[in-house]
Design a protein around this ligand. Structure first.
Ligand SMILES: Nc1ncnc2c1ncn2[C@@H]1O[C@H](COP(=O)(O)OP(=O)(O)OP(=O)(O)O)[C@@H](O)[C@H]1O
Length: 335
């Protein structure tokens, strides 16, 4: 299968279902997306919209059962990850694509010194010996901002703060020099004061290495400051995809517009959070049409009757809405 020119990772029609007692839950529904080398792509959407499932599916990390995933292809540098054997997929994880999660504690072994855990990642990914790996681990920990790493490598996770643990997890993720880093809410579990530091570290590592970064975040402010492009997810689908500036200055999909209206604004001394009217849909009970229709003041009978594809509404700007605001003459871009 021929990959699109310029794509590092190209996802074609990825669908993920979970088998549940009330029938299948479609957590990702026909997602198609290309990630470009070196770019920062933000993924936003309400809780339960399928952001984490999407990242895990790319690395085939979802347990099956209950999950089943299918895709026409997930092409990474021209290779279809869907077709790889488990052993080959393990090499892709970490060496080509790495992932970091919300809670660093879930990634670290509590009874193993942190330095050994970082060394092990280096040994696995680089095939180097123990002594060399330990030296490299100290350097890697220094690179991610751990002070006096040579004296701290033998400490255990409980001796480190949450921010330091996340730095160690980032060090482990960087051990294989990945070309793509999937960061799933990497700062949400951390103290507000260190969230910025961890984000800055990720962006600095990205600048140094040229890796692409997929950043899942609830925080539209973070997305606005850090991302080149944004994918907005709703009920398992990408409903809008565009450059960050376009998403914030000319959002086309009514859901994106509602999401932006829900950002807290400081009015006088009060931060007001306008919530989006209505409830997110039950993924086990989705109908044929647009999942946002029930909450959308533009919805018509057609919206409820058929699936609405993601279509160009402007240059490099797509939205899955027949009533989308068209921001510029529609151009077929390779977004
Ligand atoms: N292990 C599982 N078993 C069954 N269903 C699951 C499982 N994991 C996820 N789901 C379903 O997939 C949906 C999407 O979950 P996902 O974790 O991707 O959401 P999210 O957008 O990352 O939310 P959050 O922002 O809260 O992390 C969930 O609402 C749930 O219905």
């Amino acid at each position: 299968m021929t990959p699109s020119p310029g794509a590092l990772l190209e996802i074609r029609n990825l669908t993920v279902e979970f088998r549940g007692s009330r029938g299948p839950v479609v957590a990702n529904d026909r997602i198609s997306l290309s990630i470009r080398p070196g770019e920062t792509l933000g993924i936003v959407g309400e809780s339960g919209s399928g952001k984490s499932v999407f990242c895990r599916a790319l690395l085939r990390l979802l347990p099956s059962p209950p999950a089943t995933q299918r895709a026409d292809a997930i092409l990474f540098e021209g290779r279809d990850l869907m077709q790889l054997r488990d052993a080959e997929m393990r090499r892709v994880r970490g060496q080509s694509i790495a992932m970091i999660f919300q809670n660093p504690m879930s990634c670290l072994n509590p009874v193993w010194p942190i330095g050994d855990q970082v060394s092990e990642s280096l040994r696995v990914h680089k095939g180097i010996g123990q002594r060399e790996a330990r030296k490299a681990a100290v350097e890697l920990l220094r690179r991610v901002g751990i002070p006096s790493p040579q004296t701290r490598v033998d400490e255990f996770p409980f001796q480190w703060s949450g921010g330091m643990m996340q730095r160690a997890v980032i060090a482990m993720a960087m051990a294989g020099n990945p070309k793509l880093m999937l960061a799933d809410e990497p700062t949400t579990a951390l103290d507000v004061t260190i969230q910025d530091q961890i984000l800055s570290l990720l962006l600095e590592l990205q600048r140094e290495t040229g890796m692409a970064l997929v950043l899942v975040s609830h925080d539209m402010g973070v997305i606005a400051e850090t991302c080149d492009r944004v994918a907005v997810m709703y009920a398992g689908r990408i409903v809008e995809l565009a450059e960050t500036k376009a998403i914030f200055e000319a959002p086309a999909h009514p859901y994106t517009q509602a999401l932006l209206r829900s950002i807290p604004r400081i009015e006088g001394r009060e931060a007001r959070l306008a919530s989006i009217p209505g409830q997110p849909p039950d993924l086990a009970r989705l109908g044929a049409g647009c999942a946002f229709a029930e909450r959308c003041d533009r919805a018509t009978a057609e919206c409820r009757a058929r699936s609405i594809p993601l279509e160009p509404v402007g240059r490099d700007h797509r939205a899955a809405c027949i009533h989308a605001d068209r921001v510029a003459p529609a151009m077929a871009g390779a977004t």
